[in-house]
Design a protein around this ligand. Sequence first.
Ligand SMILES: *Cc1c(COP(=O)(O)O)cnc(C)c1O
Length: 226
Amino acid sequence: MVNEAVWKEITAELKEKNITLVAVSKTKPVSDIQDLYNLGQRDFGENYVQELVEKQPQLPADVQWHYIGHLQSNKVKYIAPFVHLIHAVDSFKLLLEINKQAAKNDRVIDVLLQMHVAEEETKFGLDEKELIELLEYYTAQKDQLSSIRVCGLMGMATNTEDESVVRLEYKRLHNTFNHLKDVYFINQPQFNTCSIGMSSDYKIAMEEGSTMVRIGSLLFGARQYN
Ligand SMILES: *Cc1c(COP(=O)(O)O)cnc(C)c1O
């Protein structure tokens, strides 16, 4: 079941600030995705490769699929033919593999680097020092990496009721984004995406510089995992 009223409300709110809504449809049936598509939603996010590969052919070709989960290098090949944006790149090895698979498919794939800002160690991503290391490699080998475009950062805040913690983490991510843009992507307008904000905290993320939010349960209802 899709919450049409909430979709309309969030869409209007984001449109004012030019923020992209990625509807996170993981675990939800194809019929729910189709319902939201019929309302006008085009960007959808999934975080399991197998689930995405099963759903993609059942939906219209102009859906823009975002891969928002942790991605293993050996699975890139399955999504490379169609994926619109890969959000959570956290190693140079993965970047190389995405470049290779993109070239094989004769396309350029857009990616975001995942920054670790949360308190939980379990969350993936790179700290500022590791991001700089990765971007040094990337910059040095850019000529061979012409089948990917690095378009910004993605992050997840700590799962907490304390809004000040979430706000601080998103602020840190946005500051790092600005810094990296100045150092590595000056005059490169494609580096323009800050993918922060989920159902519980997207309003805070909007205030802290989000350009793309990833919202699931508010639109589709709570997820059930068996
Ligand atoms: C599931 C998920 C979301 C959406 O979470 P909701 O709380 O349902 O909005 C956003 N980002 C990532 C990386 C996710 O895995």
